[in-house]
Design a protein around this ligand. Structure first.
Ligand SMILES: [Zn+2]
Length: 241
């Protein structure tokens, strides 16, 4: 190889490497902005359709402080502003929207027997956001190219964004794949232990659910658990972590 050409190769390679990193970073930041927009739009829809509850101050403070402890140990704590909203509904349920919007039903709050149990459920929901499960489903559903178009012409795209917000809510209600559920269990157990809660607590929670439902679908638990993997299998997997 001639010397001048050889001299050029390394700078060119370096340039290529740097630009591909910047390119990836550019798309990551677009995707993050989009996740926040979609999450916010879905959040707005939920709080207008469902009854948001303001708990008595001491209870609210206790719940939010458990939530903060968990958020503080998750991977995406810097890039998202996680929030926890309580919904007046008797079913034992919790769910998460892209962008860090977590919801918990009053039915779940009455069902749990300790701070550790509620921490376990919240950690599981935080893990769905942390591993971007909601966003991957949306990307699969509507396609990344379409999503990018939305963010690039943001001002005219409000209406489309709110439609995607609705899709996000529907997908959340449909549930995640089994593999995503096991992953959320795994990360959830890790977050709760890192935040100072015993993993045993979430196992107690699942075992009580199993006892009460006999492993069958139950309307009181339906939304959260019908789409989840079989309870004995998830208990076994969490125990083996
Ligand atoms: Zn889940």
């Amino acid at each position: 190889m001639q010397k001048p050409l050889r001299c050029l190769i390394f700078p060119l390679l370096a340039l290529l490497l740097v630009s591909s990193i910047t390119y990836a970073g550019f798309f990551d930041s677009l995707e993050l902005a989009l996740e926040k927009e979609i999450g916010h739009s879905a959040y707005q829809e939920i709080i207008t359709k469902m009854n948001v509850v303001k708990l008595p101050a001491a209870e609210e403070e206790r719940l939010q402080s458990i939530f903060r402890r968990l958020v503080n140990v998750c991977t995406r704590k810097e890039e998202l502003r996680f929030t926890l909203t309580v919904i007046d509904n008797e079913t034992v349920n919790a769910f998460a929207l892209p962008g860090g919007y977590i919801f918990v039903h009053t039915g779940l709050l009455s069902f749990v027997e300790s701070d550790g149990e509620i921490a376990g459920v919240l950690a599981h929901e935080i893990a769905h956001v942390d591993r971007k499960h909601g966003m991957s489903r949306i990307k699969r559903q509507v396609g990344m190219a379409f999503l990018l178009q939305l963010i690039l012409k943001k001002s005219e795209a409000r209406e489309e964004l709110s439609k995607i917000g609705t899709i996000a809510i529907n997908l959340t209600q449909l549930g995640y794949s089994r593999e995503e559920e096991y992953e959320a269990d795994r990360y959830g157990a890790y977050f709760m232990e890192k935040a100072g809660f015993a993993r045993e607590e979430i196992l107690n929670f699942w075992e009580r659910i199993l006892e009460q439902t006999g492993g069958k679908e139950d309307p009181a638990f339906l939304q959260l658990f019908s789409t989840h993997p079989p309870t004995p299998e998830r208990i076994k997997r969490i125990r083996e972590l």
